[in-house]
Write a protein that binds this ligand. Structure first.
Ligand SMILES: Cc1ncc(C[n+]2csc(CCOP(=O)(O)OP(=O)(O)O)c2C)c(N)n1
Length: 563
């Protein structure tokens, strides 16, 4: 029996558990009508395609379910640009765009270029859907690819500049494979002999460390990670993507290692005589460009992606498995063995942690006016609720929060821009869409906030009640050091034209748009502002006026290793 493609598409998306789609019209118009008629899917109509992609990304990272975003042909490249962060962070997204029609292509059709090559570097699967009958199987494949292995974005280009293919009829099954509705669809087990070899290596090590990445998060393996680390007394450092795999308050937590990092973590990892990488691509940001730890350190790795294993660090043991399953089995096997005394290493970890908090106390508790951003991190560590999700932009935002913010429990979440300035604010709205019952608090600089400030109106209209805290120093002051350098020491007064802005009051702008705006000028006001925001049940912007001269700590490299 023939059915209207739009009906089948709307029903299939609902069948996969999609609750929101993020888009700028006009694309698959008829499907939106069928969504209204047949499903509860919210059609979040945004102000820009890049922001729509970031919202889908935030939705995906908060829920583990693919985020869906859409654009008509002329907005397709804007959407592709927004997939870049998801690609880098391995976040599952399904992007649907309008495309070309064989009947008219190459004739100078209004608004049309060949968008397909632009999606190639930022997707795992990039395909054209030319016949309505193919929508079901290609959508199923899109879900399958997005969530399988190391997750990532996929792109389907529907025939017609607005993807009008959805208005056609065809024979369609509409079958949904719910196994692929979220990450991970499978939990492959590790080879027992590899796990035993790893335990041998760990037993032989005096100062082992675990570096946990986004794969631990994707596998929802944090509890198993902690049991294993606790059982064998192994400290845990994380990548920025893996930050919510261990509370910062846990005595085995070293912090985020690498470039946007905590110096305690770089110290611990540099001191280690054995490194176990779990669910991390061992990329430049996590390893401070392969300096922490140094290449050649005895290492093992657990990953679901065979191509990640040993890619940057030669391995003693390479384990292909789902992180949660491997860690659960490792904990079990570890119970059957004698455990090595690590009291000296544990004492050292305690000392390194203490030294870090001692050194940064001045910033975390700073009473300076204008406010020091370290104090914001200190206040957030205290005030983010037990089930709160924190969403963080890149640049100094990533450095301040990656290094200085502490999660207090495994129920709290942490997500961060994989490098794109301006990602966090829309991603926070997407996270709130995915998890309406959890508080979402976004930390962004003002440069980051300016990118998609128009989406405040989207937040108000759709009641995406996220809290956005703006570290407002009227500049992108991460650029200061770089411009000082190229000016040969200290930049000229005019050099500041390259990274400063006019002073603005974002609380006022927020109020004008219909959100709650709170301006904070004194450190003691941060806590009460957060409490007020958490009770507001509206989108909130907390505009914190901060010190333009406060620069985030740079990564500790070349850590002296003394025996
Ligand atoms: C898309 C994109 N463009 C440019 C950059 C480079 N960049 C990184 S941080 C930054 C300035 C950040 O300013 P702001 O968000 O205000 O935070 P601040 O450094 O002032 O704390 C820039 C331009 C980037 N990361 N991403």
């Amino acid at each position: 029996m023939k059915r209207l493609a739009a009906e089948v598409l709307a029903e299939m998306l609902a069948g996969y558990g999609v609750t929101h789609v993020f888009m700028v019209p006009a694309v698959v118009r008829r499907t939106f009508v069928e969504m209204e008629r047949r499903t509860k899917i919210h059609r979040i109509h945004c102000h820009g395609e890049k922001a729509a992609a970031y919202m889908a990304d935030g939705y995906a990272r908060a829920s583990g379910k693919p985020g869906v975003c859409m654009a008509q042909v002329v907005g397709a490249l804007n959407l592709a640009a927004g997939l870049r962060d998801a690609w880098l962070a391995r976040s599952p997204i399904i992007a649907i765009t309008g495309g070309r029609d064989p009947k008219t292509k190459f004739r100078g059709v209004y608004q049309e270029v060949d968008d397909m090559p632009s999606f190639e570097p930022v997707t795992k699967y990039n395909a054209t859907v030319d016949d309505a009958a193919r929508i079901p199987d290609m959508l199923r494949h899109a879900f399958r690819v997005a969530v399988s292995g190391s997750p990532g974005p996929v792109h389907l280009q529907f025939r017609g500049n607005e993807g009008q293919l959805d208005a056609e009829e065809a024979e369609m099954d509409g079958l949904v494979e719910t196994q692929f509705a979220a990450v991970p669809p499978w939990r492959p087990a590790a080879d027992e002999k590899d796990l035993k070899a790893l335990l041998e290596q760990l037993e032989g090590a005096t100062r082992p460390v675990i570096v946990a990445g986004g794969g631990v998060r994707a596998s929802r393996a944090a509890a198993e990670l902690l049991s294993f680390a606790d059982a064998l007394h192994i400290p845990v450092a994380t990548s920025l993507n893996g930050k919510d795999s261990i509370p910062g308050t846990h005595p085995l937590s070293a912090g985020v290692v690498g470039t946007y990092s905590r110096e305690a973590a770089n110290r611990v990892v540099a001191r280690a005589d054995f490194v176990l990488f779990i669910g991390t691509a061992t990329g430049g940001m996590t390893t401070h460009f392969w300096a922490v730890p140094k290449i050649g350190v005895p290492a093992a790795q657990i990953d679901i992606d065979p191509e990640a294993l040993g890619r940057n660090y030669p391995l003693k043991v390479a384990i292909l498995a789902d992180a949660r399953r491997a860690l659960a089995r490792l904990s079990k096997l570890a119970q059957e063995r004698t455990r090595r005394d690590r009291s000296q290493w544990m004492a050292e970890i305690g000392d390194i942690r203490k030294a870090y908090y001692g050194k940064y106390k001045l910033q975390l508790e700073s009473n300076a006016v204008p406010i020091h951003p370290g104090r914001i991190c200190g206040e957030l560590s205290k005030h983010v609720p037990e089930d709160g999700i924190v969403v963080v932009d890149t640049g100094h935002a990533g450095m301040w929060m990656g290094g200085m913010y502490d999660l207090r429990s495994l129920k709290q979440g942490y997500m961060r821009s994989a490098g794109h300035l301006g990602w966090a604010f829309p991603a926070g709205l997407g996270a709130k869409a995915a998890c309406p019952d959890r508080p979402v608090i976004t930390f962004t600089g003002d440069a980051g906030f300016w990118y998609h400030i128009g989406e405040l109106e989207t937040a108000v209209r759709w009641k995406l009640n996220a809290i956005t805290l703006v570290n407002n120093n009227s500049s992108g002051n991460q650029s200061k050091r770089g411009f000082d350098r190229v000016y040969g020491g200290q930049q000229t007064e005019r050099g500041k034209e390259l990274w400063t802005y006019t002073r603005q009051n974002f609380a006022k702008i927020a109020e004008d748009i219909g959100a709650l705006g709170i301006r904070v000028e004194k450190p003691a006001e941060i806590g009460p502002a957060l409490q007020q925001a958490l009770k507001a049940d509206r989108p909130v912007v907390i505009d914190v006026v901060t010190d333009i001269d406060a620069l985030a700590p740079v990564a500790l490299a070349n850590v002296a290793v003394r025996e």
